[in-house]
Design a protein around this ligand. Structure first.
Ligand code: KG4
Ligand code: ZN
Length: 363
């Protein structure tokens, strides 16, 4: 095997195992060299959501072979690596531990630097895989578990300005989608269905009559559930939904209405955040729901109106992936940051410390 790594000052392996995707990637001096991913979506779809115990076992099964495949594909030798970055949380603890244990073992065996990456920050930094990042930036992270707004003046500091107080936007898509008969996770097919319909139902945009930057989608979810019972119960369609083009027009219109309500709500809070943060250069949209076409369109309009540069990762890098972890690792490594081997994996709901150390050691 020929080695290409002499070209890279920072050659960072990224490992993502926080939920149900096992994914690894290599970033050399900021450039993505390759990425591999094993998705467990089909397995968990049988249960209607992620089963933590199964997720950990699948990560444990896939991580070794994926690592070998990545090195092979990128023509990189094991000993060429000088950084390993791993998602340390938030996520499912058992799943995180598989990636973290693998990363720590590599760091110990190869005597290389390790970086413990906040999965949420990595989603945002994924925008750097295809663009040059400029700070200060405002970032909207919309995923299955989070709907957060951050201000980033400079790395590695992320100031959280707003968050969801109950369901996240992705969770709302998944739960309402589940009632309609979309298999888990519903977001992508829901989005497709929405783009085939017209927004005919006027859902009240939730949690706007306040002056904060937080979100609440549980009321909208209840309103949507009632609307399905009242207006769609007389229709029959095949479940689980595989092809949205076959859905009755009223179902497509419902999807368009719900999707628009989510996108307009997020847009309203983001406009409020931008009014309070006028020195922003870049607006970043990240996380699984950033793949949503309606949301992308609403944010494109905001950015155009305000003369801001909008960065959205390609759909492949919006959902969980190892490339975003490797890229975040590269950004922090560039600043001379590392972690000690004692760092902990942090499950969802707990605060993640910024416990980077300064060190310029590179093997
Ligand atoms: O960021 P992500 O891959 O995992 C988490 O960290 O949560 O996000 C997954 C979420 C799921 O809720 C999924 O339904 C949603 O992203 N999603 C979408 C779309 N693609 C994925 N939601 C709306 N529209 C989409 N196109
Ligand atoms: Zn994620």
């Amino acid at each position: 095997m020929s080695s290409a790594s002499h070209k890279y000052e920072i050659l960072c392996l990224g490992i993502e195992t926080s939920c149900d995707e096992t994914s690894l990637a290599l970033v050399g001096d900021g450039k993505l060299l390759g990425h591999v991913l094993a998705s467990q979506t089909d397995l968990h779809a049988i249960f209607g959501g992620v089963v933590p115990e199964l997720a950990s076992r699948e990560h444990y099964r896939f991580i070794g072979p994926l690592f070998n495949e990545l090195l092979d594909r990128c023509q990189i030798e094991l000993t060429d690596l000088n950084y390993v970055a791993v998602a340390r949380g938030p996520g499912l603890l058992g799943s995180l531990l598989v990636g973290v244990a693998f990363a720590k073992a590599l760091a110990l065996a190869l005597n290389i630097n390790i970086l413990a990456i906040n999965h949420l920050q990595a989603h945002i930094l994924a925008a750097g895989l295809e663009n040059t990042l400029h700070f200060p930036a405002l970032a909207l992270l919309v995923s299955g578990g989070h709907t957060n707004i951050y201000r980033i003046n400079r790395l590695p500091n992320f100031e959280q300005l707003g968050r969801t107080i109950d369901d996240a936007a992705g969770e709302a898509f998944d739960k309402v989608g589940n009632i309609l008969g979309f298999s888990y996770p519903a977001g992508r097919l829901f989005d497709q269905a929405a783009s085939l319909g017209q927004p005919t139902i006027n859902f009240t945009l939730p949690y706007l009559h306040n002056d904060n930057l937080d979100f609440s989608f549980s009321g909208l979810k209840t309103a949507a559930t009632l609307s399905i019972k009242e207006n769609l119960s007389s229709f029959v369609w095949e479940k689980p939904i595989k092809d949205p083009t076959q859905l009755p027009k009223d179902v497509l219109n419902f999807c368009a209405s719900f999707n628009l309500a989510i996108a307009k709500t997020i847009k309203a809070k983001l406009e409020r955040a931008l009014d309070r943060n006028l020195t922003i250069e870049h607006l970043i949209l990240a996380g699984g729901v950033a793949a949503n076409s309606c949301l992308r369109q609403e944010l494109t309009e905001i950015a155009k109106k305000r003369g801001l540069k909008l960065l959205i990762p390609s759909p492949l890098f919006c959902t969980d992936n190892g490339a975003m972890i490797a890229y975040a690792g590269f950004e922090f490594a560039k600043m001379g940051l590392v972690n000690s081997l004692e760092f902990k994996a942090i499950p969802r709901g707990q605060r993640i410390p910024n416990d980077y150390l300064f060190c310029n050691k590179q093997s």
